[in-house]
Write a protein of this length. Sequence first.
Length: 697
Amino acid sequence: MAPVRWRERLISVTSPDPRGHWQRAGTVRRTALALVVALQTWYATQAMIAVLPYHGEQPLELLVLGLFAILSCWISAGFWMAVMGFVTLATGRDRFAISATAVHDTPLDGTARTAVVMPICNEDVSRVFAGLRATYESLARTGELDRFDFYVLSDSSDPDARVAELDAWARLCRETGASGRVFYRWRTHRIKRKSGNIADFCRRWGRSYRYMVILDADSVMSGRCLVKLAQMMEANPNAGIIQSAPSAAGHSSLYARIQQFSNRVYGPVFVSGLHYFELGEAHYWGHNAIIRVAPFIEHCALARLPGRGALSGEILSHDFVEAALMRRAGWAVWIAYDLPGSHEEMPPNLIDELERDRRWCQGNLINFRLSFARGLHPSHRAVFLTGAMAYVSAPLWFLFLLASTALLAVHTLVEPEYFVRPSQLFPLWPEWNPERGINLYIATATLLFLPKVLGMSLAMLHGARGFGGRLRLAVCVLAEMLFSALLAPVRMLFHAHFVTAVLFGWKVQWKSPPREDTETTWRDAIGHHGLHTLLGIAWAGLVYWLNPAFLWWLLPVVGALAIGIPLSVLSSRVRPGRAARAARLFLIPEEARPPFELRLLRRHLARAAPEPGFVDAIADRSINRLAQAAAGGRLRPRSRRPASSVERVARALSGGPEALDRHDRMRLLSDAAALAELNAALSGSPAASHWSAHAPA
């Protein structure tokens, strides 16, 4: 799986059905969407022209109109996607649903082997292996376990995490009898992050499998879901990727519970709407999806983007690009939007979510460079555009609000101008139309919030018991709307900062997100939201000084910024989240009636043994032998080992663990002879006291 330079990349089509029977329907649907969005945007812009005092005749008003038109188009596209998703789910009629093609209760072909691949990097080891074990045991219940193998692909750079991973893998194999079916590999050369990890797997073992299912470290999937994905692949020989729609569950903080609720109530209408318009040219989100290995190896290797700066180098959001390359080779990419049994977790607080968004922002802006790459399907060019727009819309909103404030200042502090065009015969009288402004505001709010109402209606239509009943569902939807409205200006400023930082070439560090319930401290909140709070207060004061009546229009923005610090802190707390759970608020069906795999996950987490660390790999005989086996290589005599290895062992014996930095510890874990020598030397030696003091209690 060798990458080819983008300019030299050849286009080859290898799918048995490169166009697909759905191609015409997809083209018609997307054309209709473009026309409807354009028409709606035109009407909204005309309404805005009627609101402005000079009806778009001044430069500042033209700027406001241009920004408003772009943002209206963005809102309209999301609105119609949700509407068609609602219609699809409410009627239950979808002749292109990929899940309907799977043959039920039919055993998988013995040659159709699937690898379940989980790349990890410095993760919560107990959570990773509890989720993997839950998935493994759920799959075992289907009777199709023989068709699957599991791979844990570690890029961890923390020596304690690496030892804990080894021990957890050995325990999983020992307790489930999974030896020879669950494999663990630590990668020595950690390049290209997750995409490089998957590529390395494909080079080593990919040709032994027809399919592979990619999991994230927080993923859990039911056995039935895994089997169904493989059956869908078997039933659709031209399918290259089938993406499931994961439901979010797992965290207890109030923030995570609200996001899980939002994902569960509104997510189905948006995901099914995506499927309605994209069909076999859909998104791939990088996890909880099945991939046909052979075309992935042949077509989806990722080369570096030429140039300098933050928008060059490695492809970061690799999933969108891999889907585009798969489709360019004629293989379809589908979303199985109605497939149950796929789960993931949400960030536990706002700051962690924003850190994730910062990485995604850079990745999506890099991908936008590929919008004009040769041979890509227009649908995936649109995916790159919308991926970038998801973040670029934030600075556009900010500029729109600033321009509107500047417009207010001009009309308040500057004498009216009655002749704004050359050779104008009659004066143009500036006039405000607050009634039309209110109507436009209501129409925009409707486009923003109606999809949420549709999601709630769909949940009620299919039975609201899993959400705590209809009354609780309605109350929680209203509370979520208020919460999301308060967060929107906060996210707007952060995303505007992220986009600006990327455009100025400030690269960010990509690291694994936290998987546990981490609460935001007041100090962290002040550090992240302090400037935005001051901006909100100053902005409100300026607008009040210019025109007190206009403050009511801007209050949802400046008011939310002013309370950003307490909102971030209090929403991250676990106690109110658990209180909401006890009151059956923000409840989701996965909590009301937990599926088997999530019950297994909680059970294994509750029974998780203490995680060993680097010290145990030296001092504990059984873990030391496991680490030796993982390091591989021959146990060379001391005289034939590199001087650096001998010196490292001597330093460890004389100074204990504190004499070794992270680099030293990682090198020792890859040196079987040094591990054996250290363990033997510590047995009954006074030097053992240096190590036993650091062993976990």
